[in-house]
Every structure is written in structure tokens, then in C-alpha cells.
Design a protein around this ligand. Structure first.
Ligand SMILES: *Cc1c(COP(=O)(O)O)cnc(C)c1O
Length: 364
């Protein structure tokens, strides 16, 4: 087997713990576990299988290809596809549940279903303020009346999405929620009812109990990132490597491209075989840290495509092969995807989903 120094360790116990937090917050409500983007970089097939083994009844992905990958791995729970309307044949072939956000697409699904003499479950999406996909509020009511009248469609869900439920100020989120609730009421007066109504992403699961409706759609919190430390979530992914080469160099030695780092003293520089192609952001050049022997070692110079160099001069006993933690815990130290995101001006979602294809996911 090829030796691979850089790998992502996926802690399935932490995943189960985080799922437990969703359940604690939402009681017996139904759940769509969001496993888009390769389960936020964690490995969608294994994550999905584990979540299903823990009783998760439905999955959500962004695109049809992601759902097909799960089906081909033998996963047969319902899968919602959030952002697609073109791959209608595949939707039927793989028994997927499309999110419908316009009348035209609804008609195409209805016609295809009729031809196949089948009925297809759909969830209808309403834009209550995210400004992304969804029927806009001005015509949602009339369009939904038309969609639900189409033959061979089984509208089982009504859904929307928050734009800022993570903020402390819930004014806009509450405004979205009340628009959603009142639309649902108006529809039910016309006897248009849905088995499921859902609007809550992780932020709303954690901080808006009034928005849980009868189904929730957590994503990031399953992977261990929430709004605050008090959420008691546990990061699922650790990114680890080991030292490829150690060198002792004199003061005045330039390190990496463009010589942005020059040693000020006699130094020990370790090269680690992980770089921006593996999702280790180039903005961490001269500012990131990794953990070696339970201590923080600073990145020296530019992050390269395949490697980073770190200054281990102050850490005794470091050798070639010594373990390095880029994300995760070692000894008493800890670097989270949120710490990295704070340094690179992004969010944990992007740090996690950037972890590249070369990085093997190891599950335990
Ligand atoms: C990504 C996504 C979610 C999950 O959001 P989190 O913030 O990760 O919890 C839920 N619903 C939809 C439609 C999404 O696209």
C-alpha cells in the first residue's frame, strides 16, 4: 500500500455526540442530515452510512451527482437534492427527492412522472429572505396552488432557508420565519398541507427553537461547529501528517518561495507534505501554526502546493516521521477549523470543504 503521510481522521463518536445534540435540541422532530460537498469534506458515503445507522431518516445534498454517489454506495434512505432541476431522468432512476423552486420545473417533473406511471415526492422551496433559490413570496402562494395541482407529484415538504440565523439579532430571521409560517397557514386554509415543514439549519437548531417546525436540516453542527463553545459540539475531523524532512540551518537561511521568511538564528526547519492543494490555505503563510509534540510550531515562509515548512527550533526531540497536527488536538493544544478560518478570513465550512482529494479520510 502507498504510504500517505497526510490524512484526515474522522471521529465517528464525535459525529454521534453531535447528532445527540441535534436530538437534544429538537426532540422527536424529523431530520434531514446535510451531507453535501462530500459531507463537508468528511467523506459522504461513510458519514451517511454512520448517520443512518444512528437512525437518521433522510439525507440532503446539493447536487444530483452527490446523491447518485450515495445510491451507488448502497444507501437507500430518501435523499433531497437542493439545487438541481435538470437531471429529471436521474431523479427517477435513483429515486431522489427534488427540491422544486419553480413552476416550470414542477411541470417537467410531473410530465416525466406521468410518462413513467409513477408518483414522485417533492419538497417545495420558498425564498423568505435568503435571496437564493425558491419561489419569491409575492407569488409563492399562487404558484404552490398550481404546483400542488399537478398530477403525479406528491408534495411532501414545504421549506425555506435562513440567511443569518447565526446572528444574535434575530430580527431578520424572525421575519423570515413568520413569512414562512403565515404562508403555510394560508395554504392550509386551502387544504394544501405538507407532511413536513422545515427551515432550520444548524444555527436555527441551536438558537431558534421556535423555528424547528416538524423537521430540521442540520449540516455544520453535525461536524462539530456551531455558534459558540457553549453549544458543546465536538469537531469530527482532524488533519494530520508527519515530518518528511528535518534540517538544521544557520541564521540567514531563506525558507520557501519568494524568501518571505529568513531564519534569524540557527534553526531547525521541518518540511511537512501537505500544502494548499490539500486545503491548507496559502493565507497561512508565515501566520499559521501546527502542533508538534504537543507544542505550537509556526509556519515558516509561504505555504506551497504540496508542502509547508515549520520552525521547530524550540521543540526538542522532533524527528523525521514525528506526527504533526494541522487541525485537531495534540497534548493540551488544539487547533480547530474555526481557528484557521479566523486567520484566513473565512468560515469553518470553507476550511473543511477545501480539504483536497489527495487527503485520505480515515474513519474510527
Ligand atoms: C447547506 C444547507 C443546510 C445546512 O446548513 P448548515 O448551516 O450547515 O447547518 C441546510 N439547508 C440547505 C438548503 C442547505 O443548502
Amino acid at each position: 500500500m502507498l504510504s500517505q503521510k497526510t490524512f484526515a481522521e474522522i471521529d465517528l463518536k464525535a459525529l454521534a455526540h453531535n447528532l445527540g445534540i441535534v436530538r437534544k435540541k429538537t426532540g422527536s422532530r424529523n431530520m434531514i442530515a446535510v451531507v453535501k460537498a462530500n459531507a463537508y469534506g468528511h467523506g459522504s458515503v461513510e458519514i451517511a452510512k454512520h448517520l443512518i445507522s444512528l437512525g437518521v431518516p433522510l439525507l440532503g445534498v446539493a447536487f444530483t451527482g452527490e446523491a447518485i454517489r450515495l445510491r451507488e454506495a448502497g444507501i437507500n434512505v430518501p435523499i433531497l437534492v437542493f439545487f438541481d432541476k435538470d437531471n429529471i431522468d436521474e431523479c427517477f432512476r435513483y429515486n431522489l427527492t427534488p427540491v422544486i423552486f419553480d413552476l416550470h420545473a414542477a411541470k417537467k417533473f410531473s410530465a416525466a412522472a406521468r410518462k413513467l406511471k409513477r408518483t414522485i415526492s417533492i419538497h417545495i422551496k420558498v425564498d423568505t429572505g435568503m435571496g437564493r433559490i425558491g419561489l419569491t413570496l409575492d407569488k409563492a402562494y399562487s404558484e404552490i396552488l398550481k404546483i400542488t395541482a399537478l398530477p403525479n407529484l406528491a408534495p411532501e415538504g414545504l421549506m425555506s432557508h435562513f440567511s443569518d440565523a447565526d446572528l444574535q439579532d434575530k430580527e431578520f430571521a424572525n421575519h423570515q420565519l413568520s413569512a414562512f409560517v403565515s404562508l403555510r397557514k394560508d395554504l392550509s386554509r386551502k387544504k394544501i398541507t405538507f407532511k413536513y415543514a422545515h427551515i432550520a439549519n444548524s444555527a436555527a437548531v441551536l438558537s431558534m427553537p421556535g423555528a424547528h417546525m416538524n423537521m430540521v436540516r442540520p449540516g455544520i453542527m453535525l461536524y462539530g461547529y456551531g455558534i459558540s463553545k457553549a453549544d458543546n459540539l465536538r469537531p469530527v475531523l482532524s488533519l494530520k501528517s508527519s515530518i518528511l524532512m528535518i534540517k538544521k540551518v544557520p541564521a540567514g537561511t531563506p525558507i520557501s518561495y519568494a524568501r518571505t521568511f529568513v531564519t534569524k538564528r540557527k534553526s531547525i526547519i521541518a518540511t511537512i507534505p501537505a500544502g494548499y492543494a490539500d486545503g491548507y490555505d496559502r493565507k497561512l503563510s508565515n501566520s499559521g501554526e501546527v502542533l508538534v509534540k504537543g507544542k505550537r510550531a509556526p509556519i515558516a515562509g509561504r505555504v506551497c502546493m504540496d508542502t509547508i515548512m515549520v520552525d521547530v527550533t524550540d521543540i526538542p526531540g522532533v524527528r523525521e516521521g514525528t506526527e504533526v497536527v494541522l487541525i485537531g488536538e495534540q497534548g493540551k493544544e488544539n487547533i480547530t477549523a474555526a481557528d484557521i478560518a479566523a486567520k484566513t478570513g473565512t468560515i469553518p465550512y470553507e476550511v473543511l470543504t477545501s480539504i483536497g482529494h489527495r487527503v485520505k479520510r480515515v474513519f474510527y
